[in-house]
Design a protein around this ligand. Structure first.
Ligand code: FES
Length: 325
C-alpha cells in the first residue's frame, strides 16, 4: 500500500477495490493534479451451446463496462436459458468480475395428435430421439395401425395419406393424423372368423398376455413388444435379458429380432451380459460370444468362444414369437 500526506485544499481520497486488496490513494498540497487511477480489466467469455450462436463472444473489458449480448437460436432450436439461470435471450452484463456464460438451446417440441375412426389402435414407436410431453422436432415415429377383430385398416388421413398400415412420420410441426378403420365385409353373416390363421392366433394370444408381457404355450413364447418390460427394444441394437424365460432378445435392426440362450457357455452365468459389435460379453470372466449361425457353444459347456445358442423367432405386428422347439 502506498500513502501520501494531504493537507488543506480539496482533494478527495480514492479507494480502488482490486480483486484481492484495496489500494488507497490521497493527495499532498503539491500534488493537486488529477490522480491516476489504474484501470481494472476483466475477462468476459460468452459462448453458445448446440443449436444457436451469441451476438458477442466477449473479450477484455474495464470494470463497470456494460455489454449487451443476444442468444440467437438456429433452425429447429429455441433459446432455453443462460448458464447462470437468466432466461432473457437479450441481456445486459455489468462487468465487475471475470465472467463465463453459455447460452443453452433446446429442440422445439411439437404435438402429434392421433385420431381413430372405426375400431382399432395405433402403436407409436420412436425411431430416433425422445419424447417428453410432445415430440422433439426431428423425431421420427413409426406408426402401426392395428384393427380389432372384425375391422380392417383402410388408410391414414391428415398429415399422412397412405393405405400402408405401417408408416413413418418425422415431426417438424404440429401434426394431426387419423387412422381409418372400416368394418371387414368378409366377416360372414354367422360371424365366422375369416381372419388369417396368423391374425387369429395373434388376437387370441394378445388377449392372454398379462402385465408381465409374455405368454408361453407349447414351447412357443409370445412376447408383446409394446409391454413396458420389452420397451427398450424400440432402440436398434438394444437387448433385453429376459431372466424369467432364460433368453437374450436382441433388436438387430429395424425389422429383425434375435433370441439366444442367456446361459453363458463358459460356466453358466446368466445375468452379466453386455452387447456390442454383434457380440455378447459375459462379464463374469470376460468371455464373449458371437450372434452368428456358425459353431454354437452350449450352456455351461466350459467353452470360451463360438456363438450363443440361437432360437428361431417370428415377428407379427407387435408380437415376437420365440420357438424353443
Ligand atoms: S461364466 Fe460367463 S464368462 Fe465365465
Amino acid at each position: 500500500m502506498k500513502r501520501k500526506e494531504f493537507v488543506g485544499s480539496v482533494c478527495p481520497a480514492v479507494v480502488v477495490v482490486m480483486m484481492s486488496a484495496p489500494l488507497i490513494y490521497s493527495c499532498s498540497r503539491e500534488d493537486n493534479d488529477p490522480v491516476e487511477v489504474p484501470l481494472i480489466k476483466y475477462n468476459v467469455l460468452i459462448s453458445a451451446g448446440e443449436g444457436g450462436s451469441v451476438s458477442t463472444v466477449g473479450g477484455e473489458f474495464n470494470h463497470g463496462s456494460e455489454i449487451s449480448v443476444t442468444a440467437v437460436p438456429q433452425g429447429e432450436y429455441i433459446f432455453k436459458e443462460w448458464s447462470d439461470g437468466n432466461t432473457s435471450a437479450t441481456r445486459t452484463i455489468n462487468v465487475s468480475s471475470n465472467i463465463t456464460l453459455t447460452a443453452n438451446f433446446e429442440k422445439k417440441k411439437y404435438p402429434l395428435t392421433l385420431n381413430i375412426e372405426g375400431e382399432g389402435e395405433v402403436l407409436e414407436e420412436i425411431i430416433n430421439t425422445g419424447r417428453t410431453t410432445d415430440y422433439d422436432s426431428g423425431t421420427t415415429i413409426k406408426l402401426t395401425a392395428i384393427p380389432v377383430n372384425g375391422w380392417i385398416f383402410q388408410d391414414w388421413k391428415g398429415a399422412i395419406e397412405s393405405s400402408e398400415s405401417t408408416t413413418q412420420v418425422t415431426i417438424s410441426e404440429p401434426l394431426e393424423i387419423t387412422a381409418n378403420f372400416i368394418v371387414d365385409d368378409t366377416v360372414g353373416e354367422n360371424n365366422e372368423n375369416p381372419l388369417s390363421e396368423e391374425e387369429s392366433r395373434y388376437q387370441e394370444v394378445k388377449a392372454l398376455i398379462e402385465s408381465d408381457g409374455y405368454f408361453y404355450d407349447n414351447k412357443l413364447l409370445y412376447i408383446d413388444l409394446s409391454n413396458e418390460n420389452y420397451k427398450s427394444l424400440e432402440e436398434i441394437s438394444a437387448f433385453v435379458n429376459d431372466m424369467e424365460n432364460g433368453i437374450l432378445i436382441l433388436r438387430r435392426d429395424q425389422e429383425n429380432y434375435m433370441a439366444f440362450d442367456n446361459c453363458c457357455p463358459h460356466l453358466g452365468t446368466r445375468n452379466q451380459w453386455t452387447y456390442s459389435n454383434n457380440r455378447f460379453r459375459c462379464n463374469n470372466h470376460g468371455n464373449s460370444f458371437g450372434t452368428g449361425e456358425g459353431f454354437t457353444s452350449f450352456c455351461s459347456s466350459n467353452s470360451t468362444s463360438g456363438n450363443l445358442k440361437q432360437f428361431h423367432v417370428h415377428i407379427y405386428k407387435d408380437m415376437l414369437t420365440v420357438d424353443f422347439n
